[in-house]
Design a protein around this ligand. Structure first.
Ligand SMILES: Nc1nc2c(c(=O)[nH]1)N[C@H]1C(S)=C(S)[C@@H](COP(=O)(O)OP(=O)(O)OC[C@H]3O[C@@H](n4cnc5c(N)ncnc54)[C@H](O)[C@@H]3O)O[C@H]1N2
Ligand code: MOO
Length: 436
């Protein structure tokens, strides 16, 4: 659990806990991502209702309770393969008498899945049987008694647990559920995430921005990440710069969502420089932490609570939004849904050249990875709001240490943004190093 009893030095806000903006701890020793999240998880509500969904609509949903088989499969003893059913004792006697030939009434020919018919109790696979033209069969070998039979309930027992609680349903899960008679399943309702972009400088998608304006493009990124994690996300109209305007926008939606995402207006210089989001949040709820982790954007990141709802302030410059959203939004969705939602494996790769980590709190840098034939090499790319960062990057260099020079050839942790197939393909086409 994070230490939220840190020293407040001339902190003017009586409501805040982490108090990033102003207090000593956050100025000099920012909370790590995990400390910040621990405070949020402790202070906001992360509860979801349950709902029933038909299996056909359940892909990607997360189970809220274990599911049990409605019946046994198979429901009776059946043949495990195509072959002939025989009575083992009878067949054994025949072999002992020196014959290998069964008359038509001493066996029956059945396909895999056929119900075993007494007195037959063993199935000899087709491969061990020679058919005579007069209808009789010759058996090459006799298996052990009871062989070739799939016992009732041997695949699934009626009442057996199929999928546990807090599993994200994949196609294999859906198939076994259907196989065992489950057609409706109880899942967590999707966490509802409302997104409010903040800023007078934002123009609507599809329009060409004038000087000092940009197209509002962060919300489609955040909504996408939230949806990939199993949430339901939508974007509210842009809130103008002003405490009351932001408060109004928040109050419009806070009762309808589980998570509120605010984009921008988080600058540390506050209202004097046109940033009002923190003030608006303080007016309606509590700032829990601001300014944590690593850059880009760490200084501005905000975690708060309004009416018990989890509120996240994401820094607005697109590359900062990209980095911080990846760090915080999946973790929050995972907290709601109780299962991993967004898995990005980490590997060790070697640096292609010297690299300077971020000053003060480390940096998570988008990078390319090049396959050398033996291992992956980290290739720097153009950072910031660039095509390299948003399209060509295949990994994120997770450098937490402050102000450190990483030497060429040194191994470093990289979080992969794609799978091995994509990595190899891009290495071949050289797309991993578009600037080089
Ligand atoms: N004096 C200082 N100023 C700033 C500092 C600092 O340390 N000292 N840090 C800078 C950094 S770094 C960041 S990150 C930003 C965080 O600011 P905000 O989150 O408050 O971002 P805004 O001021 O609202 O907007 C910044 C910029 O981002 C673009 N933008 C805004 N909204 C969107 C959107 N929805 N979609 C796409 N792009 C968006 C827009 O170009 C804004 O100009 O603080 C810095 N300042
Ligand atoms: O956080 Mo800013 O976008 O560090 O560079």
């Amino acid at each position: 659990m994070a230490n939220n009893q840190h020293d407040h030095i001339s902190c003017p806000s009586s409501s805040c806990i982490g108090c990033a903006t102003r207090c000593h701890r956050q100025q000099n020793d920012p909370f790590s991502r995990d400390e910040a999240l621990a405070i949020l998880f402790d202070q906001a509500k992360f509860e979801l209702a349950k709902e029933f969904v038909p299996l056909n609509e359940a892909l990607g949903r997360v189970t809220s309770e274990p599911t049990y088989a409605a019946f046994s499969v198979p429901s009776a003893d059946t043949a495990q393969h195509d072959g002939i059913m025989v009575n083992w004792e009878q067949a054994k006697k025949l072999l002992e008498s020196g014959s290998r030939v069964l008359a038509e009434h001493e066996f029956c020919l059945r396909a895999m899945g056929a119900v075993i018919e007494p007195p037959f109790d063993t199935v000899i696979p087709l491969e061990q049987v020679k058919h005579w033209t007069d209808g009789r069969v010759e058996i090459k070998a006799l298996p052990a008694p009871g062989q070739g039979i799939k016992g009732a309930g041997s695949s699934i027992r009626g009442g057996e647990r199929l999928v546990p609680a807090n599993y994200r349903l994949n196609p294999a899960h859906l198939s076994i559920l259907r196989f065992a008679g489950v057609e409706t399943i109880t899942v967590w309702k999707k966490p509802k995430a409302a997104i409010i972009p903040v800023g007078d400088d934002l123009v609507a998608p599809g329009r060409r921005p004038g000087p000092g304006q940009v197209v509002e493009s962060d919300s489609i990124l955040l909504a996408g990440i939230l949806q990939e994690c199993g949430g339901e996300a939508w974007t509210e109209p842009v809130a103008g710069d002003g405490v009351d305007l932001i408060c109004q926008a928040i109050l419009q939606v806070i009762s309808r969502c589980d998570v509120l995402i605010l984009i921008g207006g988080l600058g540390r210089s506050g209202a004097r420089y046109g940033d009002y989001t923190v003030q608006a949040v303080e007016k309606l709820g509590r700032v829990l932490v601001q300014g944590m982790g690593f850059n880009p954007g760490g200084k501005a990141m905000l975690l708060a609570e309004i009416q018990g709802k989890c509120v996240v302030g994401i820094p607005a410059p697109p590359h900062a939004a990209l980095t911080q959203a990846e760090q915080y939004l999946p973790a929050i969705m995972e907290r709601f849904l109780g299962c991993p939602c967004y898995e990005r494996p980490e590997i060790k790769a070697r640096l292609h050249e010297d690299y300077q980590s971020g000053i003060r709190s480390g940096r998570h840098a988008h990078v390319g990875l090049r396959w050398t034939g033996e291992d992956y090499e980290i290739v720097p790319i153009r950072m910031g709001d660039t095509v390299d960062c948003f399209v060509n990057a295949t990994g994120i260099l997770m450098e937490e240490a402050e102000d450190r020079l990483l030497k060429k050839g040194e191994p470093a942790a990289v979080r992969l943004l794609c799978g091995e197939k994509t990595l190899r393909q891009r290495s071949q086409t050289g797309q991993d190093n578009p600037t080089g």
